[in-house]
Design a protein around this ligand. Sequence first.
Ligand code: ATP
Ligand code: MG
Length: 365
Amino acid sequence: MAEKKRILTGDTPTGKLHLGHWVGSVENRVAMQAEYDCYFIIANKHAFTTRADRPEDIRQSVIEIATDYLACGIDPQRSAMFIQSEVPAIDELTFYFSMLIPFNRVMRNPTLKDEIRDKGLGDNYPFGFPLYAVGQCADILAFRPQLVPVGEDQLPHLELSREVARRFDQMYCGVDPHTEDKDYVKAGGLFPIIEPKLGRVKRLVGTGAPSAETGELLKMSKSLNNAIFLSDDADTVQKKIMGMYTDPKRVRATDPGETDPEKNPLWAYHETFNPDTAWVDEHREMYKAGKVGDVAVKRKLVEVINTLIDPIRSKRKQYEQRPDDVIDALRLGTQKANAVAEETLHLAKQALKQDYFGKRALSLR
Ligand code: ATP
Ligand code: MG
C-alpha cells in the first residue's frame, strides 16, 4: 500500500481556538484526515516567547487547544495531535537549522515584525522570540510533510522553512541548487520544499476597530482580544457580535456612498460564514443604501455563528467532562510524532556526519 502523504500544522497554546483558526486551517485539517497522515502540533514552547512568566496559563491552554481539536472533529486514532516540548528531536534540529539562516534574514520576516508591533513587544522581546521562527522550521521539517495548511500570516514562516530545507539539502545531501523545488527529495534531499495550503479564508479579521497605526483591521487573534472562540457560549457570541466594531461612516445614511463593507468585520463574517448568499447580497446592498441597520445584520450574524459552533460547543462539553481522554489522545499523538521526528533526526545526523553511535543511541535518551 502506498504511504499516505503527510501534513503538519498546528497552533500556539496562547488561548483557545477561534473562528479565524476554523476557516484559516482547522476546517481543512478535519477534511484532510482521511486522505493524509496528519500531525497537529501544539507549540507550547513558542508560547513562552510572550508569556514565560505564565507557565500555568500555557499548560491550561495546551489542554484547551487539544479539547478544541477533539471538539472540531480531529480523530486521535487517525491523526496525531501532539505536544511540541515532548518531541525533543525538534529542538536538536532547531540548533542545526539556526546555523543555516542569517540572523538578519530571520529579522526581515514580516510576520515577526507584525507580531512585535501588534502585540506591543517593543524592544523588549526575548532572544527566543526570533528563535521561534527557526524553531518553526524544525516543527515542520521534522515531519517532512508534503503540505502545510495555514493562514496567510504563516506564509513568511513557511518561506523560511523552504529556504532552510533547500540549504540543508544542497549543503549536506548534495542536491544541485538548480533542482526544482518539487524534485528535491527525488534528487537525494532529506527535506521536501514544503507547500503551504491556505484555507477558505486566508485572514479573518477580528471584532475590533482598525489599527491606529496602519488603519487596517487586525487579524482575529487569540492574543489581541478580538476573537470569537469556538468554545464561547451562545450569550457570549451574542455579546461579542452585538458589540463589535462597524464602520462609523456606515451611519451616514445621507451619504451611503461612503460605506465600505470591506472595512467592516460584520460583512466579512457574513460573507465567510452565512451559507445564505442571496440574503447576504441583498442585505449588503440594503446596508450600503442605509435601508437596514447594524442591529438587524448583527442579529442575523449571531444566528449564523451560533448555528456553526453549536455542534462544536456541545462536543466540547463532553470532552471537558473527560480530561483523561484528552491526555490519552495527546499521549498517543506524541508517541506517533516522536517516531517520525526521531527518524528524521537520525537521517539528518547521518547527512550532517554527526551520527557517532547509530540509531540505538536515540533510544538511550
Ligand atoms: P497568537 O495571537 O498567539 O499569535 P493566533 O490567533 O495568531 O495566536 P496561531 O496559533 O498563531 O493563532 O495560529 C494557528 C494557525 O491558525 C496558523 O495557521 C494561522 O495562520 C491560523 N490563523 C490564526 N488566526 C487566523 C485568522 N484570523 N485567519 C486565518 N487564519 C488564522
Ligand atoms: Mg499567531
